[in-house]
Ligand binder design. Structure first.
Ligand SMILES: [Ca+2]
Ligand SMILES: [Ca+2]
Ligand SMILES: [Ca+2]
Length: 483
């Protein structure tokens, strides 16, 4: 009897807003649980060797060489249950992973905190096979990983290739390879598989799992948000950006990115510790710890502004929230990328653990900002120390939408405007303790407008807000004084 550890993954998407963020956050999925299984009858062992090379050439094997680098993680998704199994290759690129017999599995590679791509087992041209159904121990042999093209391929076709699980491809390259699945492909009919839009990228890591042009988590929760675990209810990322008008800081310095691990109610005491075993290389050495009262006074929380790396990328149990969770809030301090992936390990009191993955589905590079008021371009004035002055009865604001990593409007967000009368504290106008938030219908235009009825001799706090389904909010805070 061997113990098989199922691992769960979560895909997050991060969000972030723009921040660089990420984009989405999300959460995840996954599965898992630590269960005892009789490996002799219910599991098979997958082995193989990760090697670097260039795919899509006739001399596939000529460039093969074992990867000396560690931190290549092999993530196997069960196409029926979406359960996740993972392991990390050794310095020679070798890996071994036990999975239940006769499951159908998609195999992905993560390297250095970023989703690298799926594995192709057979096929060429416009359709390739991206899954295996091993009925016995299977040596997948050399798996060439092409980080430039964003996918991997076995040197030979495994005997147990799942011929029914295919991905649309171009010259043998899955359509989602190299773009984290975010490219919208025409002529695709979705299915119910773990790669529902047939671009080769498992839903768990696909920035747009249903190929509708809207990133995971923006308009609705990703399918991978549900975690299957005896002890963990959900794992997700959240973020927001509240920017000062005319700030010179970039999104990477403004974003507040939180990772959350929520235990199953009543199972809190089973969790011994939570920490990331892998974080995106873009932020690993520079991200700093944020603090806010809303974090719930976590036990042992690191010092504000300290490097998260110094705290070994830990998450901390809250003590004052309605229900406890493990949490960390960070400032990325560097631009993140779509596909950036956090591996979050939850270690239990019996020393077993489960891993969950949270992946960035979009990165915000701009946030909701007022561009005009009463048909006048927004000036440099408008800050808490220097409000814009106007004299009409109403204040009509026009605001821009957040942009993604490609400089395009991030589709699918919902919009609102927060406003309220601000009071002066010394030389600074405050964010009002009581305010109104009104939704704004998205007309489809690049900018949206909203009109506020105002009274004379009052100063207003006005912030346009862009919000995603998974709770990311961002906007620029401005102040207006009606004379
Ligand atoms: Ca996709
Ligand atoms: Ca996909
Ligand atoms: Ca979508």
């Amino acid at each position: 009897m061997r113990k098989i550890k199922l691992i769960s993954v979560v895909l997050g998407i991060c969000l972030i807003l723009g921040l660089v963020g990420c984009g989405t956050t999300t959460s995840s999925s996954g599965s898992s649980s630590s269960e005892d299984s009789d490996s002799s009858s219910t599991s098979v062992t997958l082995t193989g060797t990760i090697a670097s090379g260039t795919l899509g050439t006739s001399s596939l094997n000529q460039n093969l060489k074992p990867l000396a680098a560690t931190d290549y993680t092999i993530v196997v998704v069960d196409n029926d249950s979406n359960k996740i199994y993972n392991t990390t290759a050794n310095a020679e690129g070798e890996f071994s992973l036990d999975v239940p017999t006769d499951g159908t599995y998609l195999v992905s590679i993560i390297n250095d905190g970023s989703y690298l791509g799926p594995t192709v087992f057979d096929g060429e041209g416009t359709e390739v096979n991206t899954a295996i159904t091993p009925s016995a121990n299977a040596d997948l042999g050399a798996i060439t990983v092409d980080s430039t093209n964003g996918y991997a391929q076995t040197a030979t076709t495994p005997a147990d290739v799942a011929t029914s699980i295919t991905s649309e491809a171009t010259n043998g390259k899955p359509l989602g390879a190299g773009n984290d699945g975010k490219t919208e492909n025409s002529g695709v009919t979705n299915r119910t598989d773990s790669d529902k839009d047939k671009d080769g990228i498992p839903n768990l890591f696909d920035a747009d799992e249903d190929n509708d042009g809207i990133r995971n988590g923006v308009a609705s929760a990703a399918s991978s948000t549900e975690v299957v675990s005896d002890y963990v209810e959900s794992v997700y990322m959240s973020s927001n950006i509240w920017a000062d008008h005319n700030t010179t800081e970039g999104a990477e310095d403004l974003i507040a990115l939180r990772l959350h691990v929520v235990p199953v109610a009543g199972q809190e005491s089973m969790i011994a510790s939570v920490a990331c075993t892998s974080v995106p290389s873009s932020i690993a050495s520079v991200a700093t710890v944020r603090y806010a009262d809303s974090l719930g006074s976590p036990t042992g929380y690191p010092a504000e502004n300290s490097l998260w790396q110094t705290a070994s990328y830990g998450l901390y149990e809250t003590t004052t929230l309605a229900s406890d969770q493990w949490i960390i809030s960070i400032c990325p301090k560097a631009i993140m990328n779509v596909g950036d992936t956090f591996t979050i390990r939850v270690t239990y009191t019996d020393a077993t653990y489960e891993d969950f993955f949270v992946t960035t589905a979009y990165v915000l590079t701009d946030w909701a900002k007022i561009t005009e008021y009463n048909s006048t371009a927004m000036p440099v004035e408008g800050t808490k120390t220097d409000p814009v002055t106007y004299s009409s009865d109403t204040l009509e604001i026009t605001f821009s939408k957040p942009l993604d990593e490609d400089g395009d409007v991030l589709a699918g967000l919902s919009y609102s405007v927060i406003y309220g009368v601000s009071t002066l504290d010394g030389s600074i106008y405050l964010v009002p303790g009581s305010s109104t938030e009104s939704s704004v219908t998205d007309t489809g235009s690049d900018t949206l407008s909203y009109t506020i009825t105002t009274t004379a001799n009052a100063t207003y706090y006005v912030t346009p807000v862009a919000e995603s389904a998974d709770g990311q909010r961002n906007g620029e805070e401005t102040w207006f004084t009606r004379q």
